[in-house]
Ligand binder design. Sequence first.
Ligand code: PEP
Ligand code: MN
Length: 339
Amino acid sequence: MIIQMKKESTKKQFDKVVEFLKEKHLEIIDASSDEMRVFGVIGDTSSIDPTDLYAFEGVKEVTRVSTPFKKASRSFKKHDTIIKLKNGVEIGGDQFVMMAGPCSIESEEQLRTIAKGVKKAGAQLLRGGAYKPRTSPYAFQGLEVEGLKLLKKIGDEEGLLVVTEIPSADLIPLFEEYVDIIQVGARNMQNFHLLKALGKSNKPILLKRGLSATIEEWLMSAEYIMAGGNDQIILCERGIRTFEKYTRNTLDISAVLAVKELSHLPVIIDPSHAAGRWTMIEKLSLASLAVGAHGLIVEVHQDPEHAMSDGAQSLKIKKFATMMDELEKVAAVLGKTLR
Ligand code: PEP
Ligand code: MN
């Protein structure tokens, strides 16, 4: 961190800031000249919010030079984190991991049909919402615990691991019993109480990027979970809100590259919630593979026209299978395994 004092600031004001930082066991390197009073702060500055230093009189500019996240950062851990799941599935390495299934679990029959289809096409994980975060309180809210049980039952039957979204911290024990990966939805990315509680879980966490979250805020949310002791985190870019209305959200494909520079954590893409249109899913999926994402989470439905949620962005089972064939071709060129 570099702190520049105002030209008219006094030695007393400067000393006050230095004293505050030294109390936090930080080292000060004075680089002042006759022209300006400026100094560097060395040590673990993660507990300091740079903007708080503007409370001190005489402070002109505070510049952070290191990232505010530690455990999630590339400088903390040079090698990529690889999350090892059952059935030999690994996220973060050379395997391009496919998670697919309905937006919402609607019935046993529906989930089984989709599970069989995505398994046959080569997916490793079955997705399906049991607790649905809907914009309207009158829209279908999910089958809740019944949905979790169906997900586990059908996942076991078909040899698929399962991932689903958790709405609140009190349900962690239930989710630990039924799922392989616990998903934190975009709307909950900054539910710090939930993140802290998940830090105590031994389950891998799929952390979606918030609707309007910066990459730094997203990685700070990962840091919350890691600070609690759980370092099994998979980041998921799912599109961000911009001025553009044609697509549901704007897929920030460069976020994959940014995250890979800044962090060692694996990162996957959800093209379904990004585009909001099934016609775009295949091409965005190919782009995700090409850009270096570690996998995808895609919505698939046996009858999208009658889906209880997100039918417009759901692929039919057949279309998912042909998309897998296209992905296979690109994966082979890139030296990645798909199925
Ligand atoms: C979902 O995956 O079903 C979902 C609601 O996604 P998001 O949290 O990204 O909106
Ligand atoms: Mn959905």
